[in-house]
Design a protein around this ligand. Structure first.
Ligand code: FAQ
Length: 316
């Protein structure tokens, strides 16, 4: 019997049909190299964001105002570490090695979310991270639950469940501050003034400027565009700010009856690219701390590797 091998073009067409039919791509399925590469890029950067994102909140664990708040914050920061681990594992199913991914982060070849390069100056900032940053992350991740790559999609389903709890705890911190003294209300407003615009930047450049969007949408890695997600976030968050009695720092923000959405002002894209290119307020500090933690943990990785080798040698 003659063996018939599919050509590259036929394999790509079959792959696209599978994606279009909403069937998930699994690790052992054939996939275009560029699909694999794009996914490793996005998933590893997502993982780095979760891990680096532990730092701004970790900064407040020892200073949380009550024992209960401390316990909640500790659990939340641990959850973010767990999200990073699910995501590194999802990237590993594509053949990426953990060491290479970490090295790319340390060398500045791999990015992480710009938002985590802003400092957490007051307790209200911890409320803002939960309410706004987790809120924005959820809007993005809910759409990623339907991403075409199975392991990434399944990680997102689990992560979204935990993120909604994170968002609520942030909102609850702010409800307490908004119902507190004048000084507490002012602290919450000051935090909103500093976190609003960087949060809108989390969704990335405008669609017209987004390098990866067109291909990622065709492959259904991304299900909604950067601008669509940003609009969803603004629409759902403005009424929450009203409820808290806080003012969003955007003079152009208003409800547009015709569009059925809020109009809002333009992001300072110079600031965005400054932060993304490594020159934000905390970029150097965040990376230096990650490098040190990684170096400090070297002996643990070596001990685990030695243990595993010994166990295998005994079993052989
Ligand atoms: N920051 O062509 P696009 C969280 C880069 S998780 C830094 O539009 P794409 C949980 C982009 O990588 C937050 N860089 O890119 C938490 C690309 O550069 P490259 C993270 C950014 O991938 C809460 C270039 O610009 N979530 O917060 C940013 O199609 C609280 C061109 O951009 C995810 O990662 C940015 N904001 O769309 C943890 C979700 N935006 O790679 C702790 C998954 C863009 O060519 C505490 N990722 N860039 O060198 C995504 O959905 C997408 O990757 C986007 C960007 C939407 C972020």
């Amino acid at each position: 019997m003659t063996e018939y091998r599919l050509s590259g073009a036929e394999l790509e067409a079959a792959f696209q049909t599978r994606v279009d039919d909403e069937r998930r791509i699994e690790p052992k399925d054939w996939m275009p190299d560029a699909y694999r590469k794009n996914l490793v890029r996005q998933i590893s950067q997502h993982a780095h964001s979760e891990i680096i994102g532990m730092q701004p909140e970790g900064n407040w664990i020892t200073r949380a105002p009550t024992l209960k708040r401390k316990m909640i914050l500790l659990a939340k920061v641990q959850d973010e570490g767990g999200h990073g681990l699910y995501l590194y594992s999802a990237a590993e199913t594509l053949g990426a090695s953990r060491e290479d991914m970490i090295e790319a982060l340390h060398q500045g070849r791999a990015k992480y979310a710009s938002i985590f390069n802003y400092p957490t100056l007051t307790w209200a900032d911890i409320g803002m991270i939960g309410w706004l940053v987790d809120g924005a992350a959820i809007v993005n991740q809910i759409s990623l639950q339907r991403t075409s790559y199975g392991p990434y999609s399944r990680a997102m389903i689990r992560i979204c469940k935990e993120e909604s709890f994170h968002q609520r705890q942030g909102f609850e911190i702010l409800m307490a501050l908004a119902a507190g003294s004048e000084a507490q209300k002012a602290m919450a407003q000051d935090a909103l003034n500093r976190w609003w615009w960087p949060t809108l930047m989390m969704f990335g450049p405008h669609d017209s400027e987004s390098a990866h969007s067109a291909q990622s949408m065709q492959w259904k890695i991304k299900r909604k565009s950067n601008d669509e997600l940003r609009q969803d976030f603004v629409d759902q968050t403005v009424p929450q700010a009203d409820f808290l009695g806080l003012k969003i720092p955007d003079p152009e923000l208003r409800w547009n009856e015709d569009r059925g959405h809020y109009d809002f002002g333009e992001i300072d894209w110079d600031e965005f690219w400054t932060v993304v290119s490594g020159n934000g307020l905390c970029n150097r500090e965040r990376l230096a701390r990650h490098r040190k933690a990684h170096q400090d943990g070297k002996w643990v990785r070596e001990a685990m590797r030695a243990y595993e080798e010994k166990r295998r040698a005994r079993a052989a």
